[in-house]
Design a protein around this ligand. Structure first.
Ligand code: AMP
Length: 107
């Protein structure tokens, strides 16, 4: 079995995480190094490495769900404006090989 990603360890409670949302499909945690007043990471429980590794037949609904959760969190945090961002690949700034949507918001 391959080693767990950092986000799997956070989801499994082996590494501390500051959770702001949990459901059957994903969790959201506060980014440890925030780049905006609100900076959350919306992470699917399924450890898909990144956008390129999405299974065409079954994973796209997960991506839709991540966007819905991000929108709800931005609303509940009363963000006036926000960015939703996937970093893809090392050159695209992706450090953790477990799909995650950045929500960066400003009030
Ligand atoms: P990326 O560069 O898209 O892979 O994003 C990884 C993000 O995870 C960065 O914004 C980091 O600040 C954040 N991060 C790294 N370690 C942790 C952690 N233990 N808890 C929460 N966020 C983390």
């Amino acid at each position: 079995m391959s080693e767990k990603t950092l986000f799997e360890k956070i989801i499994d409670g082996e590494v501390p995480g500051d959770f702001v949302h949990k459901d059957d499909i994903c969790v959201a945690i506060k980014d440890i190094n925030p780049k905006a007043p609100v900076h959350y990471l919306i992470v699917p429980r399924k450890p898909i490495p990144g956008i390129h590794e999405l299974d065409e037949n079954e994973d796209w609904p997960i991506v839709t769900h991540l966007f819905k959760v991000a929108k709800g969190l931005a609303e509940s945090e009363s963000c006036e404006g926000y960015r939703l961002q996937f970093n893809v690949g090392e050159k695209g700034g992706q450090i953790i090989p477990h799909l995650h949507l950045h929500l960066m918001g400003w009030k």
